[in-house]
Design a protein around this ligand. Structure first.
Ligand SMILES: [Zn+2]
Length: 225
């Protein structure tokens, strides 16, 4: 019987490992250029896509109650743009049906889609791409005040990234069970974190040696985040 604190520690460790791997980014061949071009076009594109999304929302259900995302109420307008990102990725063969948008004060500050296949990189999930894009655009590692719209419930890696980024809220469409139905393993990874099954060996090793590293760091006054 694992205690909840032990589980939290496990979640933290796994998230940290994922992030350590992911720190190198998803900017493989062409991605940086595409991203830069996207940044340049971002403002106008955002406006036009938002209009399109508004139209499709208006033509669809009345769930979107014109909240504009400014008062912490989710807006279908932004989810539509996340869905659009996902479709672009599918059509390009970049990866699965996962798109994300990050919103701050009612404005899109980052966007991303799954590029696992395009980059041969398992960390290039849509949420990770969107977080990197938002951080790059805002010039900070701290996304306090931001909200994430994503087409599917974040996997443990992306949830860890969300926590590290200090975002205020996550709005996801499909559930982890929905993802499992179409062949993705998010639910299995959550089961590992819950101690329900083990898919990778995780064990402490050479702690004392590594503690010296921590002690050296703690002795300084480097910025904590
Ligand atoms: Zn993920």
């Amino acid at each position: 019987m694992a205690s909840s604190s032990k589980l939290r520690t496990l979640v933290g460790i796994v998230a940290a490992l994922f992030l350590a791997i992911a720190l190198t980014g998803c900017s493989s061949a062409g991605s940086d250029t595409a991203s830069t071009e996207q940044d340049a076009a971002s403002q106008t594109e955002t406006a036009s896509q938002a209009q399109t999304a508004e139209q499709s929302s208006a033509n669809g259900s009345d769930e979107s109650t014109d909240t504009e995302g400014t008062d912490m109420q989710p807006s279908s307008e932004f989810m539509q743009i996340a869905i659009s990102e996902a479709y672009q990725g599918i059509q390009a063969g970049d990866g699965g049906p996962f798109g994300s948008v990050i919103v701050k004060d009612g404005e899109i500050v980052g966007r991303g889609r799954n590029r696992v296949l395009a980059n041969n990189d398992p960390t290039c999930h849509g949420e990770m791409e969107a977080i990197r894009d938002a951080c790059r655009n805002l010039g900070t590692h701290d996304l306090t005040g931001c909200e994430l719209y994503t087409t599917a419930e974040p996997c443990p890696m992306c949830l860890g990234a969300v926590l590290w980024s200090n975002m205020d809220a996550v709005y996801y469409g499909c559930t982890r069970e929905d993802s499992a139905e179409i062949g993705f393993r998010d639910d299995a990874f959550y089961r590992q974190l819950n101690g329900e099954e083990e898919t990778v060996s995780l064990q402490e090793f050479d702690r004392d040696t590594c503690r010296q590293l921590f002690d050296d760091y703690a002795a300084g006054d480097a910025q904590r985040y």
